[in-house]
Design a protein around this ligand. Sequence first.
Ligand SMILES: CC(C)(COP(=O)(O)OP(=O)(O)OC[C@H]1O[C@@H](n2cnc3c(N)ncnc32)[C@H](O)[C@@H]1OP(=O)(O)O)[C@@H](O)C(=O)NCCC(=O)NCCS
Length: 168
Amino acid sequence: MCRRTKRADREDGFMIEYVPMKREHLEGLVGVEEQCFNSGFARATFQKEFENKIATYFVAVEDEKVLGYAGLWNICGAADIIDVAVHKDFRRRGIAQNLISCLIEFCNKEKIFEINLEVRVSNIAAISLYEKMGFVQNGLRKNYYENHEDAYLMQRKFEEENNEDTCH
Ligand SMILES: CC(C)(COP(=O)(O)OP(=O)(O)OC[C@H]1O[C@@H](n2cnc3c(N)ncnc32)[C@H](O)[C@@H]1OP(=O)(O)O)[C@@H](O)C(=O)NCCC(=O)NCCS
């Protein structure tokens, strides 16, 4: 487990737990993905990610219900955030922030020297989240998305001690 938090509005002792992604989360992950992105291939994507050696995902779970997830790929010591998504009914409770903290802890453990991501220029919620988590904008990709929307590139660098290329 990466971390555990209590919901202010629940008195019954249930905690939100942040755990590495497992196959038992599949249905919940697909549900959150469909609600947030509706890509049409959520199931196939997660099936592939279970087998993907460079992928690491954390899942927010409460009472066996998947509330959100965040994942990255570790490419030779530099990470790319693939997705962050939180169920609509559970937003603005710090879940995405906790998921990204889990990814950052993982990066420190693995000596990853930077995390990169792309985000739609219109996605104010995600841009604010990433800025809060220490990411800075460092570029723009024109027409990056299928609807021709531009993407901001954002990055968070780590300390010198993580500065090690792991591709040999
Ligand atoms: C973006 C998203 C993951 C945020 O999840 P969340 O759990 O609600 O975020 P948190 O509660 O951890 O919010 C952390 C911070 O992010 C920012 N933020 C989150 N939602 C925001 C919103 N709607 N508007 C402005 N800022 C927002 C705030 O700075 C917030 O801190 P605050 O609540 O103290 O002001 C969620 O809105 C989502 O799933 N969106 C659809 C999928 C998506 O766009 N993913 C990102 C792809 S790059």
